[in-house]
Ligand binder design. Structure first.
Ligand SMILES: Nc1ncnc2c1ncn2[C@@H]1O[C@H](COP(=O)(O)OP(=O)(O)OP(=O)(O)O)[C@@H](O)[C@H]1O
Ligand SMILES: [Mg+2]
Length: 367
């Protein structure tokens, strides 16, 4: 590795006027480089941004890109530097220690020769974050539109394929064909479930059919319904209801059933350790106008990093998961003016808390 001294470049840098004026005032920096022995060497660097990321100019001056940055980043910038050295003005985005900047390279040409390149950069971290948020929202709404379109197109052919597969099953006397058709039907059922989830995501509010519902009975019904599946996985479902009086609420019972089934299913899938086999589903009448449903497992738990992504569409860690389950739960609960939160400790387990109002404003729902 060749090292150069700051002094080696002072003459070149001094050719140019007061570069303090070039330094972008708010979180910017300027820099210069030359090409020597076929390498780009930084000859100057200064600015608030460098202070912010705690990189002193002395660390940059005299160094090549590859001495400063990880290889892939250095290679990328090297090609920008090369183009600037060939006489073009180049703009590119970079990032140092998680802070983003937009940089512009301007070649300095004397007697038709590039003798130095000036770089100016401004920080765009906030702008970058906002852009990402907008992209996320656009992605969601695009998914909604796509969901509606694709699901409708798929549903009709799917119905006829399923119908014919069932006919083949009924007509066949061949055990091998029967077993194949059984697989075809199972997979078709899975596609059907995904298509239905898509339709749901596209139009959850329009699909809501609310009525007075005995929530204690609904929870018991779901727990009973899920027990065989839990037993198959060696898991015991415990229903725990903390009050006596009947609790009648305004909700779409089918949608709330779906939410609970999804959450219990997730809890079962997370409980792989045969020594910890309990999942508790509790119903607590917390306030007079709202109540709490909790589903607690002592399964794998979720790391802090993964917790941030749980409600994203298609986020799954399962081979056969669609990653739409939690997103759909959140939509349904929010459409009921409720909240859903997930508390989890990696290696210890997970509690999902659903808070639902007894009566929710139906007018608001229509709006
Ligand atoms: N109780 C839980 N314990 C541990 N991890 C969980 C739990 N619930 C959800 N997760 C994690 O969150 C991810 C997303 O869950 P989600 O229900 O949205 O999708 P999925 O279960 O992967 O697929 P599906 O669409 O079939 O529900 C899961 O893949 C899993 O990594
Ligand atoms: Mg799931």
């Amino acid at each position: 590795m060749t090292h150069y001294n700051v002094g080696d470049f002072q003459n070149i840098s001094n050719v140019f006027v007061d570069y303090q004026n070039l330094i972008p005032k708010h979180n910017g920096f300027v820099f210069k480089f030359i090409k020597k022995n076929n390498k780009f060497i930084h000859t100057f660097a200064e600015g608030d941004f460098l202070k912010k990321v705690n990189i002193p100019p002395s660390l940059i001056v005299g160094k090549t890109l590859h001495e400063l940055l990880p290889e892939n980043q250095a290679d990328e910038k090297q090609s920008c530097y090369e183009k600037a050295w060939n006489g073009s003005i180049i703009n590119y985005e970079g990032n140092l220690k998680g802070f983003h900047y937009l940089s512009s390279l301007t070649p300095v040409i004397v007697n038709s020769q590039v003798i130095e390149v000036n770089g100016t950069a401004i920080e765009i971290t906030e702008h970058r974050k906002n852009t990402l948020k907008i992209q996320e929202l656009e992605k969601l709404s695009l998914i909604g539109e796509l969901a509606a379109g694709v699901a409708h197109e798929i549903r009709n052919p799917l119905t006829s394929v399923t119908g014919f597969a069932q006919m083949i099953k009924e007509l066949s006397n061949d055990k091998t064909i029967d077993s194949y058709i059984e697989i075809v039907l199972t997979e078709l059922n899975r596609i059907n479930a995904i298509v239905n989830e898509f339709i749901f995501i596209a139009k959850p509010k329009e699909n809501m059919k609310t009525r007075e519902t005995d929530i204690k009975a609904l929870v018991s019904h779901v727990v009973e319904f899920m027990k065989p599946q839990a037993t198959l996985n060696g898991v015991h479902l415990i229903e725990s209801i903390h009050f006596d009086q009947t609790l009648t609420i305004q909700c779409d019972p089918n949608q709330i059933t779906q939410v609970l089934m999804n959450l219990i299913q997730n809890a079962i899938e997370a409980t792989t350790d045969p020594s910890i086999q309990e999942i508790v589903i509790s119903l607590k009448n917390r306030h007079s106008d709202s109540f709490l449903i909790e589903i607690t497992d002592k399964g794998s738990g979720i790391s802090q990093e993964r917790q941030k992504r749980l409600f994203e569409p298609f986020y799954t860690t399962k081979e056969k998961g669609t990653g739409l389950g939690l997103m759909m739960c959140k939509r349904i609960i929010e459409n009921h003016n409720g909240t859903i939160e997930i508390n989890s400790q990696l290696g210890e387990g997970t509690t999902v808390k659903i808070n639902l109002p007894m009566v929710f404003d139906h007018q608001q729902l229509q709006g």
